[in-house]
Design a protein around this ligand. Structure first.
Ligand code: ATP
Ligand code: MG
Length: 658
């Protein structure tokens, strides 16, 4: 075993031939990648030439001395909403559907580009009346309804900066984010629908606003129609304000590096970071990546299942597809409402051809069985995508076979809130080449990705290390809002000059990249460093295991020992034999050092709202401590929810212990 532990997905790696085989499609992708790295100015100017800029002064790319070591379109001027909307007005795209919207309760809306353009203008007018000017921050706390699109695009139309806070967050989390961004206005709704119940958003906003001195106005969209309190002089109903709104608000042309939005990362590893994105670099990056990865044609209907509260929703629901003039589906509610076939029903009903979702969702569907997708005709599907975490080969194969009927390529897209858009992924919009389950394959144009050891030295093929991005790329975030020092420290100090994403990775002999999970969650077992995700990958390879969560438990002798919570697939029951089998499975696949000191069979593991495992909480339960510091969890989940998750897990583990 190396210092970094063994390579996860070990079986696949060994199955590869030793000699390098590069298919013509892959060679083409690599050539484009290099061209953009070597000639960033020429390459990205050419891409940007397809978009509207009111001014194109100076270079597309400029090197700078401090992090992030580059600046994109700094003196060019543009507007993001102009490029998503105005650009289509007067063309054949204006009457094309931009969004089909499906409410959880079955409500439907259709918005053409022209209709969307008008609504965005009206929302911009309402915001302007509320006092919003270029550079101001506006917090968006909304359900997945069309008005959320109007709002986000309306904000950037004014040159203002949005900070979307996921509608599942608590009052405290919302207040913290409002205060960090010093927002002037909040846009919200009376409520949102989730599994047939109302999430009372306005009420939560009211609680949050008790501690946010900067908020002057609240704009409230009516969605659920239960009574809400409106504060005189501060709160306005959207449906009232829209009556007096202007039909056109001139888009404010801003410099390329003008911030378009702040988005707080999910906070799995601590206090949320306010990733701040540019306007032009971000826009060009989405324009390019949406086409390269999803290859959306006029015949396609694209559906990204993310919430607008995450970067995936920003980039591949709101901005990327509209920059391309594509038609998308937006769905408001839960995957299991009214039943576990809601997504498959949506796909059949609208004829979705490109589906973009997460491995967690797929694993959730696997657990429910094939009977749900089998009820529906999914033959419209053409491309499938995943994002958010490594996809285990079993989930990949299920997605490929059961959903894609073995004819849809899967684009496994690796990227982060910080990167703005997709960084490593198959790119059927540019060239096709053989895929491998679990590999993101090759970097996009201009992404200078490498795998290095702890000292920043590039590693030979097939050796596991840390991924770094050695050159700036257009979509990269410019700073952490209000904390540039933390930006430099977190992302650029480990390997000076390189962007450090904190993910494990290796590159195989075909040059394909395999993203192996977070490098910031590592156990130190008797001097060996093993990522928790690595052990989880091994466990999930066992046919009885549906999901697993691993933590390092403090140990006097070894420093830490792994403890695993395991969720079994239907048809499997916990038994001492199965436990032994899993221990042997780890021993055989990873070595004795990684064998868990304990395996708990559980029904459920605690997760954050963005479906990342809450390891800190598991550690508290396993180490038999009361629920510890939830101040950072609180940003993600309410204390109450954390407590509930803690008690639930504790009950399961106590049961397993007896
Ligand atoms: P925080 O940084 O606050 O802890 P986060 O990293 O969970 O939050 P995101 O930016 O949404 O928030 O997630 C990015 C991370 O998700 C990546 O760093 C990587 O670990 C993981 N990831 C995303 N896509 C993939 C993928 N296709 N394959 C493997 N890992 C992925
Ligand atoms: Mg992260």
């Amino acid at each position: 075993m190396t210092e970094h532990g063994t390579v996860a997905h070990g079986e696949l790696k060994e199955a590869l031939p030793v000699e390098t085989r590069i298919s013509p499609g892959a060679a083409r992708i690599m050539e484009i990648n290099r061209d953009a790295i070597e000639h960033p100015n020429e390459f990205w100017s050419k891409v940007a030439s397809e978009l509207y800029f009111s001014e194109r002064t100076g270079p597309a790319f400029e090197e700078i001395k401090e992090a992030p070591y580059g600046r994109w379109f700094a003196k060019w001027k543009t507007n993001l909403s102009y490029n998503c909307l105005d650009r289509w007005i007067g063309t054949e795209t204006q009457h094309k559907v931009a969004f089909y919207w499906e409410g959880e309760n079955g409500d439907q809306r259709t918005l053409t580009y022209l209709q969307l353009y008008r609504e965005v203008n009206r929302m911009a007018s309402i915001l302007e009346t509320a006092g919003v000017k270029a550079g101001d921050r506006v917090t968006v706390y909304m359900p997945m309804i069309p008005e959320a699109i109007f709002t986000m695009m309306g904000i950037v139309r004014l040159g203002a900066i949005h900070s979307v806070v996921f509608g599942g967050f608590t009052a405290q989390a919302l207040a913290d984010r409002i205060n960090d961004s010093k927002s002037k206005v909040v846009v919200t709704a009376d409520g949102g629908w989730r599994r047939g119940k109302i999430v009372e958003l306005k009420k939560i906003v009211d609680q949050a606003l008790a501690q946010t001195p900067t908020i002057e106005k609240v704009i409230v969209v009516k969605r659920t129609a239960q009574p809400v309190e409106m504060t005189e002089g501060r709160d306005v109903w959207y449906h009232d304000a829209v009556k007096g709104a202007a039909d056109y608000v001139a888009p404010v042309m801003v410099e390329g590096t003008h911030p378009s939005y702040i988005l707080y990362t999910s906070g799995t590893t601590g206090k949320p970071k306010g990733a701040c994105h540019s306007t032009a670099g971000y826009m060009v990056w989405l324009y390019y990546t949406t086409n390269a990865v999803f290859n959306i044609t006029p015949k396609d209907l694209f559906w990204c299942t993310a919430d607008i509260g995450w970067v995936t929703g920003h980039s591949y629901i709101i901005y990327g597809p509209t920059l391309r003039g594509a038609t998308s589906l937006m769905y408001e509610g839960a995957a299991d409402f009214p039943a576990w076939d809601r997504w498959w029903d949506n796909i059949e009903k609208y004829g979705v051809s490109i589906l973009y979702t997460s491995p967690t969702a797929i694993r959730g569907f696997i657990k429910q069985g094939e009977k749900w997708p089998e009820k529906h005709n999914l033959s419209s599907l053409r491309i499938l995508g995943t994002v958010g975490e490594p996809i285990n080969p079993e989930a990949w194969n299920w997605y490929y076979r059961v959903i894609g009927k073995s004819h849809c390529p899967i684009v496994d897209t690796w990227w982060q809130t910080e990167t703005g858009g997709i960084m490593i992924s198959p790119q059927p919009g540019i060239a096709t080449y053989p895929l491998k389950p679990g590999s993101g394959t090759l970097p996009l144009a201009g992404v200078d990705a490498a795998v290095v050891d702890e000292h920043g030295k590039e590693l030979p093929r097939a050796e596991k290390g840390l991924i770094v991005i050695r050159r700036p790329w257009p979509g990269q975030f410019m700073t952490l809002w209000g904390d540039h020092q933390r930006y430099e420290q977190v992302y650029f100090s480990k390997f000076p000059g390189f962007y450090y994403p904190a993910d494990f990775c290796y590159r195989d002999t075909d040059h394909y990249f395999w993203l192996l999970g977070r490098a910031d969650e590592v156990m130190k077992i008797a001097g060996h460093r093993i990522a928790t995700t690595e052990l989880e990958d091994i466990l999930i390879m066992h046919p009885a295991v549906a999901e697993s969560a691993v933590i390092g438990k403090a140990d006097e002798i070894k420093g830490e020992v792994p403890v695993a919570c395991v969720i079994l697939k239907p048809g499997h029951t916990p038994s001492p034999q199965l436990r032994q089998e899993l221990l042997d499975h780890v021993r055989n696949n990873m070595g004795p050092i990684a064998v868990p000191s304990q395996i708990y069979f559980v029904e459920k593991v605690p997760k954050t709202r963005s479906a990342k495992i809450m390891r800190r909480l598991i550690r508290d339960v396993v180490e038999e401590r009361p629920l510890g510091d939830v101040t950072t969890l609180e940003d993600e989940t309410s204390v109450e929810e954390a407590r509930r998750a803690y008690n639930e897990l504790k009950a399961q583990i106590d049961k397993a212990r007896t």
